[in-house]
Each structure stands twice: as structure tokens, then as C-alpha cells.
Design a protein around this ligand. Structure first.
Ligand SMILES: [Zn+2]
Length: 254
């Protein structure tokens, strides 16, 4: 299997790959509390895995995965232990610095692969700003690649990715089972997102979560329904579709 991780390649390999106009994937997640049962790095782990699997499915040289941005924008989770948030300007500066650097090596196409809902706005801005460095950038969250299938796979999250609910718990049971507290099956106090999912205000307005009001347990969605098998399906589907999306991106150089 060919190596897709930027940081594991050697200098001359990167220089050679740059000539083929590969798509760079930049995973970004968060370091934030994920309920009493999931590891703090859930979002970063999920985004990185989806990006690496997608890149591995493609021909050697079609896509490379940059070192993940571990942290995200999570100020609203600070009341819970473990959360480390970056300021928006830090994230923009970080992505811009990465853009300047990869542009210097001749890379022109980049997909930000996001694993944390709170990053959605900032990655759209970051993608816009990357144009200043001659990079055509795209920003997406991995779960958006699933479309209506997400609701079918994890009815306990009502079509949303939730937070430490059925979807994310399933993904972590698949990717990092040793880090999941097995007591999740009898967890109580999780927030049912049935109403949030159809809230008309949320259909038209960006609204940051208010965890202390909406989800004092730190869990949005029914985590008790999670299984590793569902997680495998979500990660597999997202990776497959990301690979297809990458293949369809217009080329930026001859
Ligand atoms: Zn998460």
C-alpha cells in the first residue's frame, strides 16, 4: 500500500509527487470533551481516518494527507474538562501558513476535511483565503458526504452528526474501541436531538451550541444505540465518497 501521509514521506518523494498536481487533504478536528465515554480526540481521529482511507483508495500520487490540525474552535465546550480551543484567528493563520508552505512546493489543490461541527464556518473562510496563495481549496465535513444515509445508519442522531451520540460513538467503537468506556450502553441523561434536528430556526440560522442548556451531559444524540459495525459503515462510506469527489476536482496546472 502506498504511503499517503505527508509527514511520512521523504523530501524527494514530495517533490516528485508535486509534479502530478495531487490533491492535498487537510484534516481538522477538535480537542474537546465527548461525553463521559469517548476520547477527547474523537473529531480529529475521525477526520484523519476518513482522509487517509480516501487517499489510499486512489492511485499513488492522486492525493496526500497533510498532518492533521488537532485543535478546532470549541469555546462552548470549555466548561467541560479536557477541552482545548483555538481562537478563530489562530485557525485562520494556521491554515494560511500551511497554504503558503505547500504552495511553495507547487501544490495547488487542497480539501479541508473537517470532523468538528464548530469548525464549519471557519474552514469556509480559510478555504476562501487560500486563494490568496494560488490554492483552490474546498472545505467539507465528513458526515456531509453521507447525505440522507446518515439518518438511516444512525436514527438515534436524527440525521445530524450529533455530539458523542450514536454516530460518533459508533465511529469510535470502530476506530479506537479501547478508548471507549463500555458503560455507554447504559448511559442516561443524553440529549434527544429529535427537535433540534427539525428546528426551523436552525434550518436558516447558524447557531452555536449551548451545551449547558441543551446538553448538560455533554452528549447530543442517543449514544446507547451505537455499534462498531455502524461506525465502520460511516467511515467507509465517507472515505469512498471523498475519493470520488477528489477524482472529480478540476486540475489547476498542466
Ligand atoms: Zn465530535
Amino acid at each position: 500500500m502506498h504511503e499517503v501521509r505527508w509527514q511520512k514521506l521523504r523530501r524527494d518523494q514530495i517533490a516528485e509527487l508535486a509534479k502530478r498536481d495531487p490533491v492535498l487533504l487537510l484534516p481538522i478536528g477538535s480537542i474537546e470533551q465527548h461525553g463521559p465515554h469517548l476520547p477527547i480526540d474523537t473529531d480529529t481521529n475521525s477526520a484523519t481516518e476518513v482522509a487517509e482511507r480516501a487517499a489510499r483508495q486512489l492511485d499513488d500520487g492522486s492525493a496526500l494527507v497533510l498532518p492533521s490540525i488537532t485543535w478546532g474552535l470549541s469555546p462552548y465546550w470549555l466548561p467541560f474538562a479536557g477541552t482545548i480551543t483555538l481562537r478563530p484567528e489562530t485557525i485562520l493563520a494556521l491554515i494560511s501558513d500551511i497554504g503558503v508552505s505547500v504552495a511553495a512546493h507547487g501544490f495547488r489543490r487542497l480539501v479541508i476535511v473537517n470532523g468538528h461541527g464548530g469548525n464549519a464556518g471557519i474552514i469556509a473562510v480559510a478555504a476562501t483565503l487560500l486563494a490568496d496563495h494560488g490554492i483552490r481549496a474546498y472545505a467539507l465535513s465528513y458526515w456531509s458526504l453521507l447525505g440522507p444515509e446518515l439518518a438511516e445508519l444512525t436514527p438515534g442522531d436524527h440525521g445530524m452528526i450529533g455530539h458523542a451520540g450514536q454516530s460518533e460513538t459508533s465511529i469510535q467503537l470502530h476506530l479506537q474501541p479501547d478508548l471507549v468506556d463500555a458503560e455507554f450502553t447504559s448511559m442516561t441523561g443524553w440529549t434527544d436531538v429529535a427537535e433540534i434536528a427539525v428546528d426551523p430556526l436552525r434550518q436558516v440560522a447558524a447557531m452555536p451550541p449551548l451545551p449547558l442548556v441543551e446538553a448538560p451531559s455533554g452528549v447530543y444524540g442517543n449514544a446507547t444505540l451505537a455499534t462498531a459495525k455502524i461506525g465502520e459503515r460511516i467511515v467507509g462510506l465517507a472515505a469512498e465518497r471523498l475519493a470520488v469527489l477528489i477524482m472529480g476536482l478540476p486540475r489547476q496546472q498542466g
